[in-house]
Design a protein around this ligand. Sequence first.
Ligand code: DOR
Ligand code: ZN
Length: 440
Amino acid sequence: MWVLLKGGHVIDPAQGIDKAADVLIRDGRIAEIGKIDVQSLNSDPGEVYDIAGKVVTPGLIDVHVHLREPGEEHKETIATGAAAAAAGGFTSILAMPNTKTAPDNRAVVEYVLSQGKRTPINVLACCAMTKGMEGKEMAELGDMFDAGAVAVSDDGYPVQNALVMRRVMEYASMLGIPALVHCEDKLLSADGIMNEGITSTIVGLRGIPAAAEVSMVERNIMLGELTGCHVHIQHVSCAGSVDAMRRAKARGLKVTCETCPQYFTLTDEALVDYDTNTKVNPPLRTSADVEAVKAGLADGTIDIIATDHAPHSAEDKEVEMTIASFGMVGLETALPLVITKLVNEGTLTLSQAIEKLTIAPAKLLGLNAGTLTEGAPADITILDPGAEVIVDSSSFKSMGRNTPFNGWKLKGAVAATIVGGTFAYGQLSPVGEKCEVLSR
Ligand code: DOR
Ligand code: ZN
């Protein structure tokens, strides 16, 4: 059984490919990229899709997704989160551990992975650093690694105790998995709601200084150096963190980092309307921070673009700013925001943007993914970078409606998402006709 994607433009940063080419899939794997004659394949049964005008990339990988299962299935389930991911062009996602209960033991890791297997995409598990994510006692990392966890994180409940973090990093280093760190000094961020600055003073909401993030970025970089652990800084939001990362990389340390679309698209001025969908942690910062994040993306200091997809229910968001939950959904808006705000505005080429969404996250997690190399699993995203998208949160596959981007007109649509050679999202028209999305 084969599938031929004919007439598209292939971008595979891992192989330095950025050219018009056909892609042949055989038995769920990439068989060939180049000019492929249909006649040569006709002896076996197969399908041909005409994708002229579309861009073919390795399937997108998101290393920062909140799926809320087990425990808060009214916000999102592994199934709905995976459907949202597929609609957003993601073929692999890493589930964050701040669920209730948390994957701080083998059984919960196994549960997440087994529910993930029932979805059309690859759901990977990230285990908690500490028991109950309380930051006090290290969880059974070895056991959870054995059960299939590919990373460890304190996302949402940052480990404050440096000695506990040191021990976690020592174990993660021994297991060969990265420590994904949420950098926040809770004493400094206190009960803050938004970035501390002129805007927080004007709107009258308690501020979170950038130093609450930067001081922990510096601490975690130091602990990574001390332990030999691969430290990956999550959701970089401000200039100070970009600067710390740039210096750490210049020193040759084993560090990587990610940012998310909200941090290169919005500033803290988005909070002047008191829209709780703009309340995220870390908070939206100033325009100088946005520029620093973009500069970090452009010069390679920021390796990865992740979403921090954080679905919440209306009950958690349609309340006063002070008590609303932190977070916004991101899986179904990430790609159009990347194309509109980074590629079309000149910060990154499309190939550089795809690199940060494919091979860079694959390398972080040690996955056999993120590239269209011959023999690799056929995880593929087909994009229409020029197509207009009007964000409509009511049509999201995610159960979360909490986005500040509702109604935004963006460029860059996902035409289809293919996982292991099978369509996980979108349907293309048969050969000879112009490729169209038949269902969403
Ligand atoms: O905005 C956020 N939402 N930041 C976090 O660190 C956690 C996340 C969540 O779980 O909702
Ligand atoms: Zn998160």
